[in-house]
Structures are given as structure tokens and as C-alpha cells.
Design a protein. Structure first.
Length: 282
């Protein structure tokens, strides 16, 4: 049986990244952050192949989902990039995958952590069955539903602490410590990459991590930052408004959960200006 490794790479949890200017396309720090993200992706790819992978798929998992510098990526890996896509940060993962690796991840909206948020700045908290969840946990549920364990997570110290509780047996690499929402004490990129490569090599070669269990019943709740965002997202059939800024809906499985997160995300992103132009177009 061949060994296939799926790697989702976000940007907020990469070593040397801490400011808004670095994570938004057009910011002065963005090209540097793209380089750092690409280096960490390569470190994970090298680790996967060194650990025995026959095939590696990388998912560009940040913002526009088009940040990694393609011609500098390890040519052995295949790349999933661009948006929108229903499974977002875990698009491309399959039942054939041996292990999932989350690189550059960050804490949830409302939690302490470098550039902490959950999928969108329009969400102030995301809960599954009443429990606040980070992107790592939502994506981990999706992986779990396909029988794929999350073997390694890298990011700041905050998301690493959370991941160790959420994913029994996971290896984490804290490439930086949180010193505030947009402040960090970081490892040198070279050191971060060496640790990521070693962790992934070990996790792929040793294996033995179990996929997380998916609850039988799944209820998604999101608190939105504005009433308009709540109104827009509430147009998705089945969405229940359970508080002024909160929507809830029961879903069948993690795939539907993620797809609903995406629908609410895109609708909530429609701003007041776009609303005005939609109304005028009639
Ligand atoms: Zn991101």
C-alpha cells in the first residue's frame, strides 16, 4: 500500500509571521511571508518523503488560497490552490491518505494567539456541539470522517497546546511564542524548518496515531461580528438565529459542516457597499 501524506499550509502560524501587513496580499510584508510559508511547506514535504511517503499533496490554506510560490515548491508534491472550494483548507484529502499535517496553524477566534481567528474576521466564535473550535479541530473532524489522523501540527505555542489536547498522539512544533495578537517571539526560519522536517519524518515513518472520533450529531454555531453579516448568512436554508449575532444549524457530517462554514463565510463577507450595489442592480 502506498503512503500518501496530505499537508495543509496556513500562514498565520509560520515562523517570522505576526503582523496583518504580512498576511494580506498587497501588504509590504506579504512577499516575505510568502517565502517563509513556502519554506515551511517544503520542510514538511521533505519530511514526508524522508519518512516514506510515495505521494504528497499540499493545500494552500490561507486567505486567497494562492500564496505559495509554485516554482519554489518541492517538485515532488502536487498543489491544491485557489478559491472558493467547499472543503477549503482540507480540499484534496482522501480516504487513501495515511496522515494529515497542518503547518502554520493558529489559535481560534476569541482565544489568545498570534493572529487568532476562525476562518474569517466576520466570525467572533465558532462552536461545534457548543464547544469553541479552531480551524485545526474543524479540519481534523473532516480528516477523522475519512479515517485520516492528524499527525503533526505546527504554529504558535497557543495552537500547539490546544492541538495536543484535541489530537491524542499528535506531534506539535511550536515555531514561535505568542506575545500578543500581532506580536511574537519566533524561532529563526531555518531552525523552524529543521524542526518541522524532523517532526514530519518521524510521524510518517512511525505512524500509530489514530484518527479523531466524529460525534454522531453535529451542531454548528457561529457568532458573527455584525448584524448585517448575520442577516446575510442567515439566508442559507436551515439556518436558525438563536441570538442577535448567532446562527445555528444541524449538519449530517463534517463535510457538510465545512461546506456550511464556507457558505456563511462568503455571505458574511459581503460588505455594506456590495449590498448597496446588489440592491441597485435590480
Ligand atoms: Zn490563514
Amino acid at each position: 500500500m502506498s503512503t500518501r501524506v496530505f499537508i495543509s499550509v496556513d500562514m498565520e502560524g509560520v515562523a517570522g509571521v505576526a503582523t496583518l501587513d504580512q498576511i494580506v496580499r498587497g501588504g509590504h510584508g506579504y512577499p516575505r511571508a510568502q517565502e517563509l510559508m513556502t519554506q515551511e511547506a517544503n520542510a514538511a514535504i521533505r519530511g514526508a518523503f524522508a519518512g516514506g511517503a510515495d505521494e504528497v499533496v499540499v493545500n494552500d490554506s490561507h486567505g486567497t488560497m494562492d500564496n505559495l510560490i509554485h516554482d519554489r515548491l518541492d517538485p515532488r508534491a502536487r498543489l491544491v490552490f485557489g478559491a472558493p472550494r467547499a472543503s477549503c483548507m482540507v480540499q484534496g484529502i482522501t480516504r487513501e491518505d495515511t496522515l494529515a499535517v497542518f503547518v502554520g496553524y493558529h489559535a481560534a477566534a476569541g482565544a489568545h494567539g498570534v493572529l487568532a481567528h476562525t476562518f474569517s474576521s466576520a466570525f467572533t466564535e465558532l462552536r461545534v456541539n457548543g464547544q469553541p473550535m479552531s480551524e485545526a479541530e474543524v479540519n481534523g473532524l473532516f480528516a477523522g470522517s475519512l479515517g485520516v489522523p492528524v499527525g503533526v501540527l505546527t504554529g504558535d505555542d497557543q495552537i500547539c497546546q490546544l492541538a495536543e489536547k484535541a489530537f491524542p498522539g499528535i506531534t506539535t512544533v511550536a515555531v514561535k511564542d505568542c506575545e500578543g495578537t500581532s506580536a511574537t517571539s519566533t524561532l529563526h526560519p531555518q531552525v523552524a524548518c529543521e524542526r518541522i522536517e524532523a517532526a514530519v519524518t518521524r510521524a510518517v515513518s512511525v505512524g500509530g496515531v489514530a484518527p479523531i472520533a466524529v460525534p454522531e450529531s453535529l451542531s454548528l454555531e457561529i457568532d458573527f461580528a455584525s448584524p448585517l453579516a448575520t442577516d446575510l448568512a442567515g439566508t442559507v436554508p436551515g439556518s436558525k438565529r438563536i441570538a442577535g449575532h448567532t446562527l445555528q444549524r444541524q449538519v449530517d457530517d463534517p463535510a457538510e459542516l465545512l461546506s456550511l462554514v464556507m457558505s456563511w463565510y462568503y455571505l458574511a463577507s459581503i460588505g455594506t457597499h456590495q449590498m448597496a450595489s446588489i440592491s441597485l442592480r435590480r
